[in-house]
Write a new protein. Structure first.
Ligand code: SAH
Ligand code: SF4
Length: 394
């Protein structure tokens, strides 16, 4: 945490209406799902495909939320849509803006649950860090979200809705008459690195990312979407085949003994099994390289020997290694490695021929950095003592 006071801008919005009387929310429906919904209200079969395209474009390319604005549809049909459907996205409860421009949103989803979404502006891009679950079933010992029990999976609509919410806040929907794709995108990249393990919510994450990648949807290239997993091995090949986005893996250790403690899913699928799945990924997904995320924890996983082991392990895998200085959170049982240690580690990796960027912590003053996310309404259910005991017991 930095000492300086953050510029915070809390915007408490009035609670919005929930979908009325069983109306179906169209946000997050797949093309087939939307088609079925339109057929069910009597849309002629012959027109269904065209109507899907039109409605899809209004929602995802123009950011329209009411049917009456869909001017290329007949008035009567618009009324019919309005009787049966809604276009709903998660509600913003608060927004904080960091000194470095990072924006952290707390959004409320059905059931009153809350998740965090982070927008990180950079010179050549703007990345949205999206959540896939409320909480997480996994209990990585360095991760704040891991102290929060899984409440539920997000729906596809709630996942794609986070992107739409951010585009609302950035004011980047095209203006009427302005051709779509004219301006550089403020929200140009998506990382599934918020709360939750995306591969434990596979179907909804896939459906949401399909909308994000669709040329008539949010229209981001699959190379601008990175899914981060802690290592759910059986789902990795499926990710390549059914999503095809870039993959990042929370590697964090070079021996099973240490990884078992840091990323407990390692006890189920160990380093060897994980590496086999990763080796196959670039070919299956036709993507260039895998990002290995490695959190730098003082005296835990940060020696030169670790760096050399890491290089050896990933030999033959097209890779980039992202070193993440540990971000502390209240009660966290670790410390960030010293800067010289991180540099020495990075140097070994770089000399072995891999890009080894050190991720600059962003939005630390508002607890928006990697691994700091945790919804405020779901306060720590584990005490510091508990976390420390679990870490030691491993
Ligand atoms: N569940 C997924 C994605 C969310 S975590 C996964 O584990 O990959 C996103 C990244 O932040 C992961 O690499 C995670 O290991 C890292 N992370 C978690 N807690 C952190 C912390 N306190 N400091 C730095 N990085 C952290
Ligand atoms: Fe879950 Fe990822 Fe945090 Fe592990 S690092 S507890 S998998 S969110």
């Amino acid at each position: 945490m930095t000492a300086s006071a953050p510029i915070t801008q809390d915007v408490l919005t009035m609670p919005r209406k929930l979908p009325e009387g069983g109306k179906t929310n169209l946000v997050g429906l797949t093309r087939d799902g939307l088609r079925d919904a339109l057929l069910a209200i009597g849309t002629p079969e012959k027109q269904a495909k065209m109507r899907v395209n039109q409605i899809w474009q209004w929602i995802y390319q123009w950011g329209v939320r009411d049917f009456d604005s869909m001017t290329n549809l007949a008035k009567g049909y618009r009324a019919q849509l309005d009787e049966n459907f809604v276009i709903e996205i998660p509600e913003v409860v608060s927004k904080q803006v960091s000194l470095d421009g990072t924006r952290k949103y707390l959004v409320r989803i059905a059931g009153g649950h809350e998740v965090e979404v982070v927008y990180i502006p950079e010179t050549d891009r703007g990345t949205l860090c999206v959540s896939s679950q409320v909480g997480c079933t996994l209990t990585c010992s360095f991760c704040h979200t891991g102290t929060q029990k899984l409440v539920r999976n997000l729906t596809a609509g709630e996942i794609v809705g986070q992107i739409m919410m951010a585009r609302d806040d950035l004011g980047e929907w095209p203006k009427p008459g302005e051709p779509a794709g004219e301006r550089p995108r403020l929200l140009s990249n998506i990382v599934l690195m918020g709360m939750g393990e995306p591969l434990y919510n596979f179907d909804n994450v896939r459906d949401a990312m399909k909308i994000a990648m669709d040329g008539e949807g949010i229209s981001l290239s699959r190379r601008r979407i990175t899914l981060s997993t802690s290592g759910v091995v059986p789902e990795i090949a499926k990710t390549a085949e059914e999503i095809g986005c870039l993959l990042a893996v929370s590697f964090h250790a070079t021996t099973d003994e240490v990884r078992d403690k840091l990323v407990p899913i390692n006890k189920k699928w160990n380093i060897k099994e994980l590496l086999e799945a990763l080796r196959a990924y670039p070919k299956l997904s036709n993507s260039e390289r895998i990002t290995f995320e490695y959190v730098m924890l003082k005296d835990v996983n940060d020696t030169d020997a670790d760096a050399r082991r890491l290089v050896k392990l990933i030999q033959g895998i097209p890779a980039k290694i992202n070193l993440i200085p540990f971000n502390e959170w209240p009660g966290s049982p670790y410390q960030r490695s010293d800067w010289e240690r991180i540099e020495s580690f990075a140097d070994i990796i770089y000399k072995a021929g891999y890009a080894s960027p050190i991720r600059t912590p962003r939005g630390e003053d508002i607890m928006a950095a990697c691994g700091q996310l945790k919804s405020a309404t779901e306060r720590a259910r584990k005490s510091r003592a508990q976390i420390e005991a679990e870490t030691k017991a491993g």
